[in-house]
Unconditional design. Structure first.
Length: 245
């Protein structure tokens, strides 16, 4: 590995895009902020969170075994411009398009559709704008201590039903939300990340307020409507060709 990356002396920092959901408590009660040293469960309901933990473990191994300057940046729920519905490798299911809540809600809201709220929107997330994530990654690279993890978070939980309401207000969507039952496999509940360590050790705090971030994201989506529609149509055509829709 070091033959690919260079010598130990030339390798300054490896910043890993980790995930706050992989260490957050699974609860639908009042959430407690998730610190970087939260205990990690061996029971997960998402292959995504499992893959993120495995990445941390491999990085920790190379840190302890070879001294690789490995820093873990634990993303919370990132949103913002340039997230295009249907883009990227096609996965063969409708979730390939609609798997991320913010671009899904914005697109549907712009078209006057009802926003689908799984578990009636009772889940909660720490939504952090993409510009803040970029600043956080730079802070991890410049000031992060090898072997440590840092939350890139706002430290504030927003319920999904409230997130949907904010988006509908910005887009002036009059259609009521669609309350749906909880997904049987999903126990992710409510969560948000602690911000103390990142503020104290790498000087990172999120700066973009939720309403401002959503306004920017809606504006970008409006400006790139045709591109997004094209990627969604291409995805639908591929599914029809395989007889999956």
């Amino acid at each position: 590995m070091f033959q690919l990356l260079g010598s130990r002396d030339s390798l300054k920092k490896v910043v890993y895009a980790a995930a706050g959901c992989a260490v957050a408590e699974k609860t639908y009660g009042d959430p407690i902020e998730t610190p970087e040293d939260a205990p990690v469960s061996l029971f997960h309901d998402s292959p995504y969170s499992i893959s993120k933990l495995v990445g941390e473990m491999y990085g920790n191994y190379f840190f302890t075994r070879y001294g690789m300057p490995f820093v873990k940046a634990r993303f919370q729920n990132v949103y913002g411009p340039r997230e295009i519905l249907g883009a990227g490798r096609w996965r063969g299911t409708p979730a390939s398009v609609w798997r991320n809540v913010t671009p899904t809600f914005i697109w549907k809201s712009m078209h006057g559709e009802a926003l689908p709220l799984d578990n009636a929107g009772q889940t909660g997330r720490d939504f952090v704008y993409v510009d803040d994530i970029c600043r956080g990654l730079i802070a991890c690279a410049l000031a992060g201590k090898p072997g440590e993890a840092y939350n890139l978070a706002t430290g504030r939980e927003i319920l999904i039903r409230d997130w949907a309401a904010r988006i509908n207000e910005i887009t002036r969507n009059p259609t009521p939300v669609e309350l749906k039952p909880a997904r049987p496999w999903d126990n992710s509940g409510r969560r948000y990340g602690s911000t103390r360590k990142s503020a104290d050790e790498i000087g990172f705090t999120a700066e973009v307020a939720a309403d401002e971030g959503l306004r920017r994201t809606v504006q970008w989506t409006e400006q790139h409507h045709d591109l997004i529609a094209q990627t969604i149509s291409q995805h639908d055509a591929e599914m029809r060709a395989l007889g999956t829709r």
